[in-house]
Design a protein around this ligand. Sequence first.
Ligand SMILES: NC(=O)c1ccc[n+]([C@@H]2O[C@H](COP(=O)([O-])OP(=O)(O)OC[C@H]3O[C@@H](n4cnc5c(N)ncnc54)[C@H](OP(=O)(O)O)[C@@H]3O)[C@@H](O)[C@H]2O)c1
Length: 328
Amino acid sequence: MKTTQVVMPHAGGPEVLEFQQRDLPEPGPGQVRLKVEATGVAFAEVQMLRGRYYAQPKFPFVPGYDLVGEVEAAGPGVAVGGRVAAMTRTGAWAERLVVPAAHLVPVPDDLDAGEVVALITNGVTAYQMIHRVAKVAAGQTVLVHGAAGGVGTLLVRLALRAGARVIGTASPGKHDQVRELGAIPLDYRDPLLVERVRQHAPGGVAAVFDHAGGPGLKRSWAMLGRGGILIVYGSAATVDDKGWRLAPYASALGRLLWWSLLPNGRRGRLYGISHRGHFDEDLATVIDLLRKGEIQPRVAARLPLAKAPEALRMLDDRAVVGKIVLEP
Ligand SMILES: NC(=O)c1ccc[n+]([C@@H]2O[C@H](COP(=O)([O-])OP(=O)(O)OC[C@H]3O[C@@H](n4cnc5c(N)ncnc54)[C@H](OP(=O)(O)O)[C@@H]3O)[C@@H](O)[C@H]2O)c1
C-alpha cells in the first residue's frame, strides 16, 4: 500500500517541506493502518521546523500531531476498527500511516473530521487545564493568552461554559473575533496590560493560561489574585531564541517553583499533554461535547495536503483565528 507524506527534511522556512511517496508496511501486532481524513496544523510544527520544539524529533521526519481517520487494516490481535481520532505527535501529515492501536478514540460518523481534529490535542489540552488543573468555577474571572489561537479559542469556550468570565489577549486585529467568542479582548503587547486586567478584576484573576512564556511570565503572575493559579503550557515567545531549546522551559519551571513557595497564596504549574492519565477519557468527553453542540471548535481553513507549506506559513504569520486542518 502506497502513501504520500509530507517531510520536514531540515530546519528552515515552510518552503523546505518535501512530498514523498513510500510503501507502507502491513500493521504488526498492536498496530493499525489508518486512512487519514483530516490532520491538524499546530504551533508545535512551527517550532519543529525551527528545530525549537521541546521534544524535537530528529530531521528528517513526517510532522502531524493529530488526525481523524478510518482503520483500514489491523495487526494480529487488534480489535479496533471504524473511524477514530489519534494523537500521534508526528507522522499524521500523510494519506495513510501505521500507528499503535492504543489510545485511539472512536469518532461518530456524523461528526465533521476537521472539527474533531481541532479537538484532539487542542481540545484535550484546554479541557484538562480548565477542569483538571485550574478547576475553573462559575463566577470566577480567568485570563487566556493567545485567545484567538487553536488552544486559546477552546480555553475561552470551555471557561465560559464553566460559568467564568474570560479576559482574552490577542493581537488587536483579532479582538473582534475574541469578543465574538464571548471574552473581553486585551492586547498582550500593551505595556499597561496588568493594570487593564486589574480594571476588570480588581482583586486579580483566578487563573492565567500562558502559552507564550519568556519574560511575559512575570506579568501573568502579577495578574493573579489570592488563591490564583498560573498555568504555563508553551513557550511561543521564545520560538526565535538561540541556544539550548529546553532553556525556556527550565527557566519557567524554576520561576514557577520559586514563586509558588512564596507566601502569597498563588501557585504555578507547567502543563504538558500526554497519553498517560485521563487522555482517552477526556478526548471522548470533548468529542461528546461537540456531538451535543456544547462546544464549537473554530476551523479557520481546510487545505489539501499539498498546501501544507502554505498552512504552516499562515500559522507562523498569525493569519488565522482557530485551527488549520489538512484534508489529504
Ligand atoms: N503543553 C501542551 O500540552 C500543549 C498542547 C498544545 C499546544 N501547546 C502550546 O500552545 C500554544 C498554542 O498552540 P496552537 O497550536 O493553538 O497555536 P496557534 O493556533 O498558532 O495559536 C497561538 C497564538 O499565539 C499567538 N502567538 C504566536 N506567536 C506568538 C509569540 N511569539 N508570542 C506571543 N504570542 C504568540 C498568536 O496570537 P496573535 O495572532 O493574537 O498574536 C496565536 O493566535 C503553543 O505555544 C503550543 O506549543 C501546548
